[in-house]
Each structure stands twice: as structure tokens, then as C-alpha cells.
Ligand binder design. Structure first.
Ligand code: CA
Length: 488
């Protein structure tokens, strides 16, 4: 079985040149060679900001870069045909393709409507602060540029729970329509975190549910994507996706991978979501990201033996999708919490060279973020990916027995030549760690593939060795014959 690893195939500041689908198509073989098994693509539908929209400001689910709407035919990433070609090219390389599904809101309505609404407190979303009044809301989506192709449904305020603007009074406030209230089972920050932005989709309206289901069928048949990344699930009724996903599964005739973005560092909230959404959806391990963030900004004071404390990887490893950074945590974005550069290789070793969780590598780490002057993590990350693909097999034994210097081994297995490795890392001064890889490797010589340390560690007959690491670094010891085979 292959070791899965997903590429997040975009970052926030990619150029708005409508060429990204073409780039991905041209890079498909290169991406396969890195060792990836899947690529997560950004939202493909037209956003309210047209070519400038990263994809989360959804305007028209049926416009994948095909209609002259919001100032252009293509999206930020290209046209519908280019999108389909990129998916095909990636799949031809044996890569799975995951689509980004944004079902919390629509933005950029074509017309305004008069609608009855009650104003709510921003800080306590359970608290109405006005009587019902008539507001003018931008909630009517007619999609004049598409002219009813594929679907002629017109979205109105009845499809939505609320908005944050009354055009009649120019009032920026939180409005809930027609005393609908908010969805019940959502994140409880500020009392009820159903509302995030734009026109919030009302998942208690049967027409809204029906339209999203129709679209899902159309989209899956058209694109043949292999799985989904679900945006902002903490703002959507927790059990909403159950039927949507079961319907897609039935149409596809097989299981597929799904990961949800529940942005919270609070593990019990993630566990509650898993329980409430029927164990159909993996979740990003946000607590682990925050541990990485904290460790990277603590000048060696972080207790590395606790790096997995309070994480989904530790509590429900089969549902954990691990990552270091993403398009929202990058500098200047809404959830900015960028893991500091010196710790990136530590963090990637902790997700790529261990058995628990499905890891995601961020585009901005692999290729850099030129718009922000951020360099790629570099050759070390590429090496870790290769190690994951080629030799990260066998049993895992942890030596998380020191607040600064931790390590673990993978014993290797019979099927994968030269497999097995020992990782040692420190967030403070240099150290060494005695660890046993496996008696199968007794007498063999192990060296640091990252070339941070020059030691040649000869294992004793039980497979035990003493593995050194330099100040603030990571070393990954592998059979020295592997270095000759793959990297010389
Ligand atoms: Ca919502």
C-alpha cells in the first residue's frame, strides 16, 4: 500500500493570470515524481471578485470559467476546459484530485430584494436586538451571464439565513431573515457561529438543500473528481453533509476521501463534529498546526515531548489530516499563524515520516510564496517526501522522552528495499539519542540523509544505535546504501 500524501495545489497570493490550471496540467508528471498521491485544487467556480477571487467568495457554482460574469470568462485559475484538462492530466499520472466545496455562503448578488429581517448582536448571535423590519438585501442571484444554462434556478433571500448589510440604511449589521433563526448545531463561538459572511446558505430550507444536491451531481459527473475538501464546516449544520456525501457516494459507486475544514484548536469540538457528521469526513488537525506554530515561536521553551498533545492525530488518527501551514495561515491572511522557517523541516518530518494521519504539503512551502518574499522550504522537504514514498514502512517506536530532544524509528519491512529510518530532532541545543531501529538492520551503517550531521552510525546486532543531532535541527538517519541509490 502506498503512503498517502496530498499536495495543497495553491496558495493565496498566486498571480491572477488565469494560468494555474495550465500550470498544474504541465506539472502533473513533476508532481507525481515528488511522491504525491493526491492534489487538492482550489474552488473552481466564479467568485464575486472575478479573476482576483481565490475562490471562497462564491458567486455562481455553475460557472467554472465558462461565462462572462464578474468581469471575465475565466476564473483566477483559468477556464472550465482548462480545469477539466488539468484534472485529467493529474489523474492520468495516478494522482487523485480533490475539489474544494464552499457551501456556507454566496456573495455578489445580481439584484437586491426587500425582505423581513431581525437584527442580531454580533457578539451574541442568540440575541435579537431589533423588531422585525424591512431591509434591502443583495440576495437575488439570477446569473444573467449564464442565461439558465445547466440550471435556471434563481436564488433569493428565502435560500439564506442572513446577511450583514441593509442597503436601505447602509447599515452593516447582522440580519436574520423572517425569524428563521440560525442553524442549531454549529460552532458555539459567540453563541452561534452559523453566520460567517455574505448570504449565508439556509440549510434548513429544502430548496437550498435540493439545489446543492443537484449541483453536486452535475459537478461530480462533469469533473470526475476523486474526493472533496469541505470549507468552513463549523459554520454549517453539522449533519448537513451526511446526505450530500452519501448521494455522491452512491452516484460514484465507491468510497472516496473527504476532509473538512473545522478551524478550531479545541480538540473536543473536532471530536463532536466527527460524531455528528457520521464518520464520513476527516478533519484537518488544527490543534497540531497550533502546536507547531507555538513550538516554532518559543525559542526552545516548548516541550517537544508534548508536540502531539491535544491533537486529532493523537485522539482519532484515522480521521486526522495533518498539515503545517495553508492558504489561510500564510502571512496577511485571516487565520495568520505561520510556522517559523527554522521549524518547517521539524514539522514536516512530524507529519511525513510517521504513520498517523494523512499529511498535506502546502504549495507555499514546496514552491515558496514569491509575492511575500518567502522561499521554498527546499531540498529537505523534497527529501522527506521521497523518504515517505520509498522507505517509511514497518512499525513505529517513539522516544518522546525529553522536553527538547525527541526521536522515533520506523523499523522498515521486507517488501520495501532499504526501508526503515531513525529521526531525531531538537528545538534547543545539540544532543544524541539511543534508539533501536530493528535487529533486521543489525551491523548496518546509517547516515543523515538531510546532511545536517556527518555521523556514520553503525547499528549493533540488535539494531541499536546512538543518533546525534545539532543545535535546533533535525536529522533523519537511513541506510547509507539508500543515499547512494537515490541521492548521489
Ligand atoms: Ca452558515
Amino acid at each position: 500500500m502506498k503512503n498517502e500524501v496530498i499536495l495543497q495545489g495553491f496558495e493565496w497570493d498566486l498571480p491572477a493570470d488565469s494560468q494555474h490550471w495550465n500550470r498544474l496540467k504541465e506539472m502533473s508528471s513533476e508532481l507525481k515524481d515528488y511522491g504525491f498521491t493526491a492534489v487538492w485544487l482550489p474552488p473552481a467556480y466564479k467568485g464575486t471578485a472575478g479573476v482576483e477571487d481565490v475562490g471562497y467568495g462564491v458567486y455562481d457554482y455553475y460557472d467554472l470559467g465558462e461565462f462572462d460574469q464578474k468581469g471575465s470568462i475565466p476564473t483566477k485559475y483559468g477556464t472550465k476546459d482548462e480545469y477539466l484538462e488539468a484534472i485529467k492530466a493529474l489523474q492520468d499520472q495516478g494522482l487523485e484530485v480533490y475539489a474544494d466545496i464552499v457551501f456556507n455562503h454566496l456573495i455578489g448578488a445580481d439584484e437586491k430584494e426587500t425582505a423581513p429581517a431581525v437584527k442580531y448582536s454580533w457578539d451574541n448571535r442568540n440575541k435579537p436586538i431589533s423588531d422585525e423590519e424591512e431591509i434591502e438585501a443583495w440576495t437575488k442571484f439570477t446569473f444573467p451571464g449564464r442565461k439558465g444554462k445547466y440550471n435556471d434556478y434563481v436564488w433569493t433571500w428565502k435560500n439564506f439565513s442572513g446577511v450583514d448589510y441593509d442597503d436601505r440604511t447602509n447599515d452593516h449589521a447582522l440580519f436574520n431573515f423572517a425569524q428563521k433563526g440560525w442553524e442549531d448545531q454549529v460552532d458555539d463561538e459567540m453563541g452561534n457561529y452559523d453566520y460567517l459572511m455574505g448570504c449565508d446558505l439556509d440549510m434548513e430550507n429544502p430548496e437550498t438543500i435540493e439545489q446543492l444536491d443537484k449541483w453536486g451531481k452535475w459537478y461530480q459527473e462533469l469533473t470526475n473528481v476523486d474526493g472533496y475538501r469541505l470549507d468552513a464546516v463549523k459554520h454549517i449544520e453539522f449533519n448537513y453533509y451526511v446526505n450530500w456525501l452519501l448521494n455522491r457516494r452512491e452516484e460514484k459507486g465507491k468510497d472516496f476521501f473527504v476532509v473538512g475544514e473545522y478551524w478550531s484548536g479545541d480538540l473536543p469540538k473536532l471530536e463532536e463534529y466527527l460524531d455528528s457528521s457520521g464518520n464520513l469526513i476527516h478533519l484537518f488537525d488544527v490543534p497540531l498546526h497550533y502546536n507547531f506554530y507555538e513550538a516554532s515561536h518559543s525559542n526552545g521553551a516548548y516541550d517537544m515531548s508534548q508536540i502531539f498533545a491535544g491533537t486529532l492525530t493523537a485522539s482519532r488518527e484515522d480521521y486526522a489530516v495533518t498539515f503545517v501551514d495553508n492558504h489561510d495561515t500564510q502571512v496577511g491572511q485571516s487565520l495568520q499563524s505561520w510556522v517559523d522557517g527554522w521549524f518547517k523541516v521539524h514539522a514536516y518530518a512530524l507529519i511525513l515520516l510517521r504513520k498517523a494521519g494523512v499529511p498535506v504539503v502546502f504549495w507555499g512551502d514546496l514552491f515558496g510564496i514569491p509575492e511575500q518574499g518567502i522561499e521554498p522550504v527546499g531540498e529537505d522537504l523534497e527529501n522527506l517526501l521521497k523518504l515517505r514514498e520509498k522507505i517509511s514502512f514497518g512499525n513505529q517506536v517513539d522516544y518522546f522522552d525529553d522536553p527538547n530532544c525527541i526521536g522515533w524509528v520506523l523499523t522498515g519491512d521486507y517488501e520495501h528495499e532499504l526501508s526503515g529510518l531513525a529521526v531525531v530532532m531538537t528545538n534547543a541545543q545539540g544532543a544524541e539519542k539511543e534508539m533501536t531501529i530493528s535487529a533486521i538492520h543489525g551491523g548496518e551503517t546509517y547516515v543523515d540523509i538531510l546532511r545536517n550531521n556527518e555521523a556514520k552510525v553503525v547499528l549493533d546486532e540488535t539494531g541499536k544505535g546512538i543518533f546525534p543531532v545539532n543545535d535546533g535541527q533535525v536529522s533523519v538517519y537511513v541506510d547509507e546504501r539508500l543515499v547512494e541509490k537515490y541521492y548521489s
